[in-house]
Design a protein around this ligand. Structure first.
Ligand code: RB5
Length: 145
Protein backbone atom coordinates (compact mmCIF):
# COMPACT_ATOMS: atom_id res chain seq x y z
CA UNK A 1 0.00 0.00 0.00
CA UNK A 2 1.12 3.54 -0.78
CA UNK A 3 -0.16 6.68 0.93
CA UNK A 4 0.26 10.38 0.10
CA UNK A 5 0.40 12.62 3.16
CA UNK A 6 0.35 16.39 3.68
CA UNK A 7 -0.25 19.06 6.29
CA UNK A 8 0.25 22.74 6.98
CA UNK A 9 2.39 23.96 9.90
CA UNK A 10 -0.38 23.16 12.40
CA UNK A 11 -0.47 19.55 11.30
CA UNK A 12 3.28 19.10 10.90
CA UNK A 13 3.93 17.39 14.25
CA UNK A 14 1.09 14.91 13.83
CA UNK A 15 2.12 14.25 10.21
CA UNK A 16 5.64 13.36 11.29
CA UNK A 17 4.27 10.94 13.92
CA UNK A 18 1.93 9.30 11.42
CA UNK A 19 4.71 8.87 8.85
CA UNK A 20 6.68 6.87 11.42
CA UNK A 21 3.54 4.91 12.34
CA UNK A 22 2.76 4.07 8.70
CA UNK A 23 6.34 3.11 7.83
CA UNK A 24 6.43 0.76 10.84
CA UNK A 25 3.48 -1.02 9.22
CA UNK A 26 5.44 -1.41 5.99
CA UNK A 27 3.36 1.20 4.15
CA UNK A 28 5.10 3.36 1.57
CA UNK A 29 4.58 7.07 2.26
CA UNK A 30 4.90 9.97 -0.17
CA UNK A 31 5.31 13.14 1.93
CA UNK A 32 4.13 16.34 0.21
CA UNK A 33 5.07 18.59 3.16
CA UNK A 34 4.97 20.83 5.06
CA UNK A 35 8.50 20.06 6.10
CA UNK A 36 8.64 22.32 9.19
CA UNK A 37 6.41 24.30 11.56
CA UNK A 38 7.04 27.48 9.60
CA UNK A 39 3.70 29.12 8.78
CA UNK A 40 2.26 27.76 5.52
CA UNK A 41 -1.00 27.72 3.55
CA UNK A 42 -2.96 24.45 3.73
CA UNK A 43 -4.15 24.49 0.04
CA UNK A 44 -0.50 24.22 -1.03
CA UNK A 45 -0.44 20.71 0.47
CA UNK A 46 -4.05 19.67 -0.14
CA UNK A 47 -3.84 20.01 -3.92
CA UNK A 48 -0.70 17.90 -4.55
CA UNK A 49 -2.01 15.13 -2.27
CA UNK A 50 -5.41 15.26 -4.00
CA UNK A 51 -3.75 15.05 -7.44
CA UNK A 52 -1.67 12.09 -6.30
CA UNK A 53 -4.82 10.25 -5.15
CA UNK A 54 -6.80 11.22 -8.27
CA UNK A 55 -4.06 9.92 -10.57
CA UNK A 56 -3.98 6.63 -8.59
CA UNK A 57 -0.27 7.10 -7.92
CA UNK A 58 -1.22 6.17 -4.33
CA UNK A 59 -4.01 4.15 -2.72
CA UNK A 60 -5.13 6.82 -0.23
CA UNK A 61 -4.29 10.27 1.05
CA UNK A 62 -4.00 11.62 4.58
CA UNK A 63 -4.24 15.35 5.26
CA UNK A 64 -4.20 17.45 8.41
CA UNK A 65 -4.30 21.07 9.44
CA UNK A 66 -5.30 22.65 12.77
CA UNK A 67 -9.02 21.94 12.53
CA UNK A 68 -8.90 19.78 9.42
CA UNK A 69 -11.50 21.99 7.80
CA UNK A 70 -9.43 24.16 5.47
CA UNK A 71 -7.32 21.36 4.05
CA UNK A 72 -10.42 19.18 3.67
CA UNK A 73 -12.28 21.91 1.76
CA UNK A 74 -9.36 22.36 -0.62
CA UNK A 75 -9.01 18.61 -1.29
CA UNK A 76 -12.73 18.27 -1.98
CA UNK A 77 -12.49 20.78 -4.85
CA UNK A 78 -11.02 17.90 -6.89
CA UNK A 79 -13.66 15.95 -8.79
CA UNK A 80 -12.18 12.55 -7.99
CA UNK A 81 -11.69 13.23 -4.30
CA UNK A 82 -13.89 12.28 -1.37
CA UNK A 83 -12.03 13.65 1.64
CA UNK A 84 -13.57 12.88 5.03
CA UNK A 85 -12.85 14.88 8.19
CA UNK A 86 -12.59 12.30 10.99
CA UNK A 87 -11.95 12.77 14.71
CA UNK A 88 -12.79 9.29 15.93
CA UNK A 89 -12.30 5.84 14.46
CA UNK A 90 -16.03 5.18 14.06
CA UNK A 91 -16.28 8.10 11.64
CA UNK A 92 -13.30 6.83 9.65
CA UNK A 93 -14.92 3.38 9.43
CA UNK A 94 -18.16 4.86 8.08
CA UNK A 95 -16.29 7.20 5.73
CA UNK A 96 -14.88 4.11 4.03
CA UNK A 97 -17.95 1.85 4.28
CA UNK A 98 -20.56 4.40 3.20
CA UNK A 99 -18.72 7.20 1.38
CA UNK A 100 -15.81 5.36 -0.25
CA UNK A 101 -13.63 8.19 1.07
CA UNK A 102 -10.18 8.31 -0.50
CA UNK A 103 -8.59 10.95 1.73
CA UNK A 104 -8.62 10.84 5.53
CA UNK A 105 -8.52 14.34 6.99
CA UNK A 106 -7.56 14.84 10.63
CA UNK A 107 -7.93 17.89 12.92
CA UNK A 108 -4.38 17.99 14.30
CA UNK A 109 -5.13 20.49 17.09
CA UNK A 110 -8.24 18.64 18.23
CA UNK A 111 -7.25 14.95 18.22
CA UNK A 112 -4.74 12.88 20.19
CA UNK A 113 -2.02 11.02 18.26
CA UNK A 114 -3.51 7.76 19.58
CA UNK A 115 -6.98 8.54 18.22
CA UNK A 116 -5.43 9.71 14.93
CA UNK A 117 -3.66 6.33 14.63
CA UNK A 118 -6.97 4.55 15.25
CA UNK A 119 -8.55 6.62 12.48
CA UNK A 120 -5.68 5.70 10.15
CA UNK A 121 -6.00 1.99 10.98
CA UNK A 122 -9.73 2.04 10.29
CA UNK A 123 -9.35 4.03 7.10
CA UNK A 124 -6.73 1.79 5.50
CA UNK A 125 -8.34 -1.53 6.44
CA UNK A 126 -12.08 -1.01 5.91
CA UNK A 127 -13.62 -1.56 2.46
CA UNK A 128 -16.42 0.35 0.73
CA UNK A 129 -19.70 -1.53 1.22
CA UNK A 130 -21.08 -0.72 -2.24
CA UNK A 131 -24.75 -1.69 -2.60
CA UNK A 132 -27.12 1.17 -1.77
CA UNK A 133 -24.15 3.49 -1.25
CA UNK A 134 -22.86 3.19 -4.81
CA UNK A 135 -25.40 5.49 -6.45
CA UNK A 136 -25.27 7.96 -3.56
CA UNK A 137 -21.52 8.25 -3.89
CA UNK A 138 -21.74 8.68 -7.67
CA UNK A 139 -24.16 11.59 -7.14
CA UNK A 140 -21.56 13.51 -5.12
CA UNK A 141 -19.72 14.62 -8.25
CA UNK A 142 -22.32 13.90 -10.95
CA UNK A 143 -25.06 16.49 -10.64
CA UNK A 144 -26.74 19.24 -12.61
CA UNK A 145 -26.90 22.64 -10.90
C1 RB5 B 1 -3.72 27.56 10.92
O1 RB5 B 1 -3.60 28.47 11.96
C2 RB5 B 1 -5.14 27.06 10.80
O2 RB5 B 1 -6.00 28.09 10.39
C3 RB5 B 1 -5.22 25.89 9.85
O3 RB5 B 1 -4.34 24.90 10.25
C4 RB5 B 1 -6.56 25.20 9.72
O4 RB5 B 1 -7.10 24.91 10.98
C5 RB5 B 1 -7.53 25.83 8.82
O5 RB5 B 1 -8.62 25.29 8.53
Amino acid sequence: MKIAIGSDHAGFELKEKLIIYLKQKGIEVKDFGAYSEERADYPDFAHPVAKSVESKEVDFGILMCGTGNGINMAANKHKGIRAALCWKAEIAVLARQHNDANILTLPARCISPEEAEKCVDAFITIAFEGGRHTERVSKISNFTA
